[in-house]
Design a binder for this molecule. Structure first.
Ligand code: HBI
Ligand code: FE
Length: 289
């Protein structure tokens, strides 16, 4: 199962058996380095007061704003010293089993390429800005680092049990589009949000989406959209809660999920903790910005 269209079935020319390729940092053009700088500067105008402290702290610790696309040879020793994670380059989306194997071994696969100057606001495939700016700061937090490794290991098991779509929803609504109740209010930590100028604002401030308390089984039953702003965001109390909830044995949960219907993307259940009852006006007018 994959949500995306452009997944090859074998590593392309020049890629290793695990789909990794060299970053070849010297090959990035001036335009590509400037694209990183533009995106970085734009997010830094938006994220203070919106991104979770843990994300901003990780971003600072990794020093990703030294001019142009980060060189993994410089970034990786810092990340490795903090949590034992490293970042490897891949050509783009990789098959699920390859993705999980990297995560299970504390390697985060990042796209090698960066978006073109006319794609600053939206692209569906994860590029190096989404993968490094969006994902890597959180990997400097020890609890989140453990959570991601557990997700990789869980993915291998979920695939063999035929419940990968349920586990993929957990990833979507936490790692990609998660919100957190920080000491000072609601904050974003999901990589899909913090790497997007528009969704950084929409996810917190637009009256359209529902914002609901995180509940593991509920999230695993909830449909999602890959091509537009989310219609529902789930709020965790802390990374520690996420880690605690997900380090349990998912066997009994998978057993219950088999008989349980999916939950609609805009549903609010009587059991939900409601932070915002959204108007859903954005989706009702057809969405896409
Ligand atoms: N490959 N490079 C890359 N990045 C991803 O986020 C990714 C992937 N392959 C599969 C995948 N994500 C998801 O479909 C799994 O989490 C289920
Ligand atoms: Fe991502």
């Amino acid at each position: 199962m994959s949500d995306f269209e452009h997944v090859f079935d074998a590593p392309p020319e020049g890629a290793a058996a695990d789909w990794t390729i060299p970053q070849d940092w010297a090959s990035y053009s001036e335009v590509e380095h400037r694209t990183w700088d533009t995106l970085y500067a734009r997010q830094m105008k938006i994220l203070p007061g919106r991104a979770a402290d843990v994300f901003l702290k990780g971003l600072t610790a990794l020093d990703l704003n030294t001019g142009g696309i980060p060189d993994f040879a410089v970034m990786n020793p810092k990340l490795q010293a903090l949590t034992g994670w490293t970042v490897v380059c891949v050509p783009g989306l990789v098959p699920d089993d390859v993705f999980f194997d990297h995560l299970a071994n504390r390697r985060f696969p990042s796209g090698q390429f960066i978006r073109k100057p006319d794609q600053l606001d939206y692209l569906q495939e994860p590029d190096i800005f989404h993968d490094v700016f969006g994902h890597v700061p959180m990997l400097s937090d020890p609890d989140f680092a453990d959570y991601m490794e557990a997700y990789g290991k869980g993915g291998q098991r979920a695939a063999s049990l035929g419940v990968l779509q349920n586990l993929a929803r957990l990833y979507w609504y936490t790692v990609e589009f998660g919100l957190m109740q920080d000491a000072d209010g609601l904050r974003i930590y999901g990589a899909g949000i913090v790497s997007s100028a528009t969704e950084s604002v929409f996810s917190l401030e637009d009256p359209s989406p529902n914002r609901l308390g995180f509940d593991l089984e509920r999230v695993m039953r909830t449909l999602y959209r890959i091509d537009d702003f989310q219609q529902v965001y789930f709020v965790i109390d802390s990374i520690e809660q996420l880690k605690r909830d997900t380090l349990q044995d998912f066997g009994p949960i998978y057993g219950r999920l088999k008989g349980a219907p999916d939950i609609a993307i805009d549903a609010i259940l009587p059991t939900d903790a409601v932070f915002t009852r959204g108007t859903q006006a954005y989706a009702a007018r057809g969405g896409r910005f």
